[in-house]
Design a protein around this ligand. Structure first.
Ligand SMILES: C[S@@+](CC[C@H](N)C(=O)[O-])C[C@H]1O[C@@H](n2cnc3c(N)ncnc32)[C@H](O)[C@@H]1O
Length: 290
């Protein structure tokens, strides 16, 4: 019996009336969704100008995450594929506008109208070929492509995700980058099994806009009893950053070149390996000893 919900049934069937009710009455789930949304909002880094923003909540479900957006003074549009989850959101009279829609078919919004997007525990569902007609690559492309278009330039989208493995994360990340996004993964409390949380932070940015990643939590042993045990040794920040692919890396005749080495080192860092810092000596040509 599969343990992950994504392996049990397509989302519109998995989140049926019974599951939707169970989901929304669990105080643990309510608290987790709220905390994750607060963190996603922090990572969105919206300008602190007192002006309410128009945000998207992708996979908004019963509106637990949306409620946190409203509490922070923002307007939002929620997308979800499950009628049962949206029914509960309606019952709870959430403030956002709700759309029954499959993000894998694109969002269908006007270009440049949205100030930011969050998605809590939802985007990994796109990696499942749970129907013969579902091709994850195409669905991810349709989703990220339409998201890129509707965001204002410089806006961010933050995805908290429960990826099944590194290949899934790579698939999601490369799909986003191919659609024009820059950014990377922020992993909070990377050494805590309980508190570890991954956020894909994307910026809809022309090359002139800075796309430096925010800092992950978990440095200096920071963390409450719920977020990660503070006695964990050596909690580190695990961040990987990618920029939009602009040109293919060239291989020189003599070797793989500095660019290639830097790229490989970055890949290893993303996988959590400890890799020496890049310096001007990285990939330098060594003199032959003979
Ligand atoms: C873990 S729940 C998150 C719920 C939400 N954040 C909340 O506060 O209630 C994941 C949600 O993603 C939705 N979802 C999964 N695949 C989707 C898709 N292709 N399009 C839209 N929503 C999807 C599911 O229906 C489910 O409601």
């Amino acid at each position: 019996m599969p343990s992950r919900p994504e392996q049990k049934a397509p989302p519109e069937f998995f989140y049926n009336d019974e599951e939707a009710r169970k989901y929304t009455t669990s105080s643990r789930i309510i608290e987790i969704q709220e905390k994750l949304t607060e963190r996603a909002l922090e990572l969105l880094a919206l300008p602190d100008d007192g002006i309410p923003k128009l945000l998207l909540d992708i996979g908004c479900g019963s509106g637990l995450s949306g409620e946190a957006l409203s509490e922070n003074g923002h307007q939002w549009i929620g997308f979800d594929i499950s009628q049962a989850m949206l029914d509960i959101a309606l019952e709870r009279e959430v403030d956002g506008d709700l759309l029954l829609a499959d993000m894998g078919q694109g969002l269908g919004l006007r270009p440049g109208v949205v100030d930011g997007a969050i998605s809590i525990s939802a985007v990994q569902w796109l990696c499942n070929a749970d129907k013969t007609s579902n091709e994850p690559r195409l669905r991810l492309k349709a989703f990220f492509g339409s998201l890129y278009k509707c965001l204002t330039r410089g806006a961010r989208a933050v995805f908290q995700l429960y990826h099944e493995n590194e290949a899934q994360l790579e698939l999601i990340t490369t799909s986003a980058m191919r659609c024009g996004f820059a950014g990377g993964l922020v992993v909070d409390y990377p050494h805590s099994t309980r508190a570890k949380k991954s956020f894909l932070v994307l910026t809809c940015a022309p090359p002139s806009i800075s796309t430096a990643l925010p800092t992950a939590k978990g440095e200096d042993g920071e963390g409450s009893s719920d977020e990660g045990s503070s006695d964990e040794e050596n909690q580190t920040v695990s961040i990987s950053e990618r920029n939009r692919p602009r040109k293919k890396l060239k291989m020189t005749k003599k070797g793989k070149g500095r660019e290639w080495v830097l790229k490989k080192k970055e890949q290893l860092r993303r996988k959590g390996h400890s890799v020496p810092t890049d310096t001007k000596y990285t990939a330098r040509k060594r003199k032959s000893r003979f």
